[in-house]
Design a protein around this ligand. Sequence first.
Ligand code: ZN
Ligand code: ZN
Length: 255
Amino acid sequence: MRNALRGDCHVHTDWSDGGDTLPAMIAAAAQAGHDYVVITDHSPRLKVANGLTAARLRQQLEVIQAVNDSLAGTGFRVLRGIEVDILVDGSLDQSPELLAELDVVVGSVHSELRMDKGAMTRRMVKALENPHLDILGHCTGRKLPVATDASHATRRRPPSSFDADAVFEAVAANSKALEINCRPDRLDPPSTMLRKATRVDGLLFAIDSDAHAVAQLDWLSYGCERAEAAGLEPERVVNTWSAEELLDWAASHGG
Ligand SMILES: [Zn+2]
Ligand SMILES: [Zn+2]
């Protein structure tokens, strides 16, 4: 599976809460043998992560454009993305016009993770019905007590509660992708839920590092191992596709 991956759809930089610069993350992704990387910094409401206002995201898009101009002919490209917060009512934390301009939109729940099951299910399904969302990020929001750098281990956070059948059906029905988040402090969805997801007809996946630093780009292998253990075929993983196929798929949802 790792050899089949051609890109990474969820990567942060120091524009939001990443530890490395945009040029450093791009260079490392190219060095890792990828054909593309999607830069997905946080959205405005996630203030603890220095989420990008619309104005700052527009600035970042200009920087990415300049980087891509300089990469012309290398075969590697940077795609424009966001990890947008799925708000409590299921709407997305960035303007529809700006989301429509982006190549790939990862949508994640970062707040009110303890909502009741019915409300959380409605929140996630509504987000999946939004044409701008392409990939549902770390669906349970769980955190594992694993140190991802020298400084600290995160505290355990239980998974949120939602109707997985309904959410996975909504991912498939809207031709979206379910993220297999590779971070060792997330490994989300958990294995039992991941196996359940692989049994849903037509359900697509994205194996994402969610890297916040250069060294974390290697975490993709953790998700690949879990995808293989769950019996997932590489064709169902959108980042085994070429950049053109990925862009066509994302555009098919309405931008
Ligand atoms: Zn996230
Ligand atoms: Zn992230």
